[in-house]
Design a protein around this ligand. Structure first.
Ligand SMILES: [Zn+2]
Length: 82
């Protein structure tokens, strides 16, 4: 893969536990595959939090900024399903 497309993670509606979905295949993005993009923009995507989709045949790079911004509070990020 020479270039990576950036997808926008979405917040799954109606869940008690905040759940982010891959913007490409709608799989649940595990918190264990999310990381801060501070200082080392390794994917050159210019967003603060990114998540890599773990679904087979996907592996999309997702920007989580919009989904996290949609949370009621940033603390909820700690509760994101993993
Ligand atoms: Zn995916």
């Amino acid at each position: 893969m020479t270039t990576r497309d950036l997808y926008i993670a979405t917040l799954a509606p109606g869940r008690a536990v905040p759940t982010l979905l891959c913007g490409h295949c709608n799989s649940i993005l595990s918190r264990t595959r999310m990381f801060r993009n501070d200082n080392q923009d390794r994917y050159d995507v210019g967003c603060q939090t990114i998540a890599l989709c773990s679904a087979d045949d996907c592996g999309a790079v997702n920007s989580c900024d919009a989904a996290i911004a949609a949370l009621d509070s940033p603390d909820e990020m700690k509760e994101i399903a993993s």
